[in-house]
Ligand binder design. Structure first.
Ligand SMILES: [Zn+2]
Length: 207
């Protein structure tokens, strides 16, 4: 009597690097494929269809869907930081435009405020250019940056915006209105905004 049938056999690929979400670090994985085989006397002879495919971490042995090999939280985090820097730059320049100053010391202060936010670098020529193209509506930028920041981060944006807007030594009603709108956009209460700006004085820069 000939005994034949089918059964699943697990095949392993070569180890390769990936970011394991379970270990939360760089590890090696193997691609595991379960394939149905035609068996003769219980010996798998002929590969048939693929039943399942998954990724296994060689350290913690966790199994993942195959998409995991494209997962890189560092790249995602860096992209989010880059977007926040861009949003901050738009906000900062918007408030810098409210100040009457355009001298080099002023432009340099804007560069410094920008780099204090997250270590980014811009130069005075870039600020000068940005000032020509300021945007009126910051809803998009504030809404987005709000998601990325802690309370402290939001406070630092308010302080930077205040410093930029009042660099000419004046805090007008119009500037105040813009600043409170920014605080609101960042999800801060009126009291929180007052607390952050209480210790600040206009015109911190030497003329
Ligand atoms: Zn792992």
């Amino acid at each position: 009597m000939i005994i034949f049938g089918t059964r699943g056999v697990t095949l392993s690929g070569k180890p390769a690097p990936f970011y394991c979400p379970q270990c939360d670090g760089d590890r090696q994985y193997k691609r595991k494929t379960i394939r149905r085989f035609f068996t003769l006397y219980f010996i798998p002879l002929i590969p048939l269809d693929k039943l399942e495919e998954y990724i296994q971490c060689q350290t913690c042995r966790s199994n993942f869907r195959t998409e995991v090999i494209h997962y890189d939280p560092r790249a995602e985090r860096e992209a989010a930081r880059e977007e926040s820097r861009r949003d901050f730059r738009t906000i900062l320049v918007h408030f810098a435009a409210l100040s009457g100053r355009r001298d080099v010391a002023f432009l340099q202060t804007i560069c410094d405020l920008y780099s204090q936010f997250d270590g980014g670098e811009i130069n005075t020529a870039m600020v000068s250019q940005d000032l020509e193209l300021t945007r009126k509506d910051l809803a998009l930028e504030t809404g987005r940056i709000r998601q990325q920041l802690s309370d402290q981060g939001r406070e630092s944006i308010i302080r930077a915006a205040y410093t930029a807007a009042t660099a000419d030594g004046e805090i007008t009603e119009a500037k105040e209105a813009e600043l409170t709108a920014l605080a609101q956009g960042l999800g801060m209460t009126e009291a929180h905004y007052r607390g952050v700006t209480a210790g600040l004085t206009p015109g911190l820069l030497p003329a």
